[in-house]
Design a protein around this ligand. Structure first.
Ligand code: UD1
Ligand code: UDP
Length: 391
């Protein structure tokens, strides 16, 4: 290590990264505050700028108590190649200047892979938080990011046992892998009391367990006009008996607007076809606290998000994942999650009926080590790794 402090550089870029990075940074501070630990840390935060709307980025920095990034790469949107290349190109000089001892990447977005590659090419060790998750579906952009990031990583922190099995199958040395639990749940545990005291339900005139919550942003669901239209049709049927709140991701909003244009309707109203359905309430993406309060109070969640599957499991809220695979099998095996083929409208409606017929809270239990302390375990492992690394 270059001086007496181990220098960690953390990279975040997109909405689900912020919940995973925040507890690690807090645990590093807590470790340092203990004072007499043999290893001390300094830390640098880089935001790639993959997500840049205030509602997809700034609000999370505020609500999660993240410090302002030390570096902002401003990569913005683009094709996969362009976005990945911009992170690679813009992170390299930062790494050369900051000279960290370890780069921490989280999750599975383009920024994750690009940062891992940029660091590895410079010979800087990489730690991957949320390693080993596999959907088995290489048409998902995230699956390629996961596979390649894990090949590059020197320390791999997993959230569920299946991830360790996946990594072993891919030939990754078990000595580099630690099952530590889920940092996204660390954030949930910390902020749930605050979220429960929030105003989102009141503002939307909702009461607990009388509505469903929807999120959709996977390209396989929203980039194909026919698939998106079918999903909107299913949501319109569901909301006839269960009001739905749908904070719309910008990728999805753009596709919905294209549908409207194709239909000759006015864009922005949120209906793909037919008369308005007031019980389908579309909104901008929500801040973390509002979204968490709405999820906690929901009768069910309909989603294709990765993180939402995990959060719903911990909250005991039934989750119907509108996908044919999940990289988070523990949420199905032990939690409240069920996969439903998004191309089968009848299957979606049947699954909703089954959820509404079952009691709350949903059957299921909290996965092992999803206890709010994953980041502490991560920092302890890094301290051990640093102590045993050559100076
Ligand atoms: C990205 C991640 C996905 C993650 C999701 C979380 C990749 C390949 N995808 O998908 O794994 O689940 O974030 O939300 O890394 N846009 C805005 N404002 C923004 C950001 C994006 O309007 O602040 C719009 C742009 O039109 C952009 C589109 O959304 O082209 C998609 O953004 P992008 O970051 O490429 O992918 P996501 O769909 O957000
Ligand atoms: N989330 C949020 N507001 C929203 C939708 C989601 O705060 O309007 C949170 C959600 O609680 C979870 C994270 O965003 O913590 C999940 O991110 P996303 O679904 O964008 O990405 P994924 O997990 O699919 O990669």
């Amino acid at each position: 290590m270059s001086d007496d402090r181990v220098h960690i550089l953390l990279v975040c870029g997109a909405r689900p990264n912020f919940m995973k990075v925040a507890p690690v940074m807090a645990a590093v501070e807590a470790w340092n505050a203990r004072g007499r630990a043999p290893v001390r840390f300094s830390q640098t935060l880089v935001h790639t700028g993959q997500h840049y709307d205030a509602g997809l980025s700034d609000v999370f920095f505020r609500q999660l108590g993240l410090p302002q990034p030390d570096y902002h790469l401003d990569v913005g949107s683009g094709s996969h190649a362009a976005q990945t290349a911009h992170v690679l190109e813009r992170l390299e000089p930062v790494l050369l200047q900051a000279r960290p001892d370890l780069v921490i990447v989280v999750g599975d977005v383009n920024s994750t892979l690009a940062a891992a590659l940029s660091a590895s090419k410079l010979g800087i060790p990489v730690a991957h938080v949320e390693a080993g998750l596999r959907s088995g579906d290489r048409t998902m952009p995230e699956e390629l990011n996961r596979l390649l990031t894990d090949q590059l990583a020197d320390l791999l922190f997993t959230t569920e046992p299946a991830a360790n099995v996946n990594l072993a199958r891919e030939g990754i040395d078990a000595a580099k892998v630690r099952f530590v639990g889920n940092t996204m749940i660390d954030t949930l545990e910390r902020l749930l009391p605050q979220a429960r005291g929030g105003e989102a339900l009141k503002r939307l005139c909702l009461t607990a367990r009388t509505y469903g919550l929807v999120t959709l942003h996977r390209p396989s669901n929203v980039d194909d006009a026919g698939q998106l239209e079918a999903l909107v049709g299913a949501l319109r049927s569901i909301c006839a008996h269960l009001p739905l709140v749908w904070p719309v991701h910008p990728r999805t909003r753009a596709r919905l607007e294209e549908l409207h244009e194709a239909d000759g309707e006015q864009a922005g109203g949120g209906e793909a076809a037919g008369p308005p359905a007031p019980r389908l309430l579309l909104s901008e993406p929500l801040g973390y606290l509002d979204f968490l309060q709405l999820m906690d109070g929901a009768r069910l969640v309909l989603t294709d998000s990765g993180g939402v599957q995990e959060e719903a499991t911990v909250l005991g809220v039934p989750c119907l994942t509108l996908r044919t695979s999940t990289e988070r099998p523990v949420t199905v095996a032990e939690g409240t999650n069920r996969l439903v083929d998004p191309s089968e409208s009848a299957a979606i409606l049947g699954a909703v009926d089954a959820v509404l017929a079952a009691p709350m809270p949903a059957a299921g239990h909290r996965p092992e080590l999803w206890d709010g302390h994953a980041a502490e375990r991560i920092v302890a492992v890094i301290a051990g790794w640093a102590a045993s690394s050559p100076a």
